[in-house]
Design a protein around this ligand. Sequence first.
Ligand SMILES: *Cc1c(COP(=O)(O)O)cnc(C)c1O
Length: 368
Amino acid sequence: MKKIPFFNYPALYQEQRSEFIKAMDETCAKGAYIMQQELLDFESAMSAYLGVKHAIGTADGTMAILAGLIAAGIAPGDEVLVPSHTFVATAAAIHHAGGKPVMVDCGRDHLIDPESAEKHITSKTRGIVPVQLNGRTANMDEIGRIAQKHNLFIVEDACQALGSKFAGRFAGTFGLAGAFSFYPSKTLGCFGDGGAVITNDDQVAAKIRLLRDHGRGTDGKIWCFGFNSRLDNIQAAILNIKLKSYDKYIARRREIACKYDASLRHLTQLLLPPAPDSDPKHFDIFQNYEIEAENRDSLRTFLSDNNIGTILQWGGYVIHQSERLGLNNDVPYADAMTSKYMLLPMNTALTDEEVEYICEKIKEFYQA
Ligand SMILES: *Cc1c(COP(=O)(O)O)cnc(C)c1O
């Protein structure tokens, strides 16, 4: 069996290579690099896809979260609840907006635990940033109830969850704003960095449009201090092509998840993510296939010896475990999980044969 890399970047380009070359060539030949038609086209395609009023391209997902938080009106010292099982960028965005990130635990599905969120509320808590991790949307009924009861804003980190739904509603549409990333390995990945914020609130949208372009209004005047955080036109042109086949990619990821589930479900040494359609409230897009495994490190070595690439999200540490950040660490599930969690290959370059081989090798490891 040939090598099965955890992720296959070159394959993503080959899938629609001639279309990509044509789009890049046309964009460059026009000299249309920044804030041109391709970006406007992508913003309307994305807002149409999600059924929201506004989609605003940004340079990356981190800036998308930061812009959403600033537009939500966060003030210095405000506490914002965020799960510890996320990329450090989520907490960094809260920090750079002037807030204090407060770590919340996750549950068995690896998403924010509403009970833990409520437990961490103080008189200073202003907002909550649920992270729609691994392509699954959190229980937003519960998060919404908590936010309403305690008068908190919601800004969603939906960087891993474009197209995912809870109770029929898209990730990113539950709060004041939702942030997305188009980093190459994301389900909708471009060929570099990219991101977007979505919102149904006209004022929030106007503020984010200012923030991403130096505070410049359409009148050319400066309305506030902003950032340089625009989504490049070439990336927008590529995303326009990819968004057209996006549902097909989601369907294939869900198919792979079904195969993993059917083949590995009976292994008591593993905790698998919820299978597609196992809970009618959730529509998961499987950005990742994250499992918990007994003897995780030996399993990874065994798989690697058999040419199968796996990784640990965030390099094996959730954010409160970076002690230099000085965050609260009363999140026992997330803490214990990091000795067991790992990602199996999950991408549209995988063949059925490869998925079967991965499952066979995992079973072989635990039978030995
Ligand atoms: C990818 C990611 C981000 C950041 O996105 P960038 O585009 O890399 O800035 C934030 N949060 C989560 C959960 C992510 O997976």
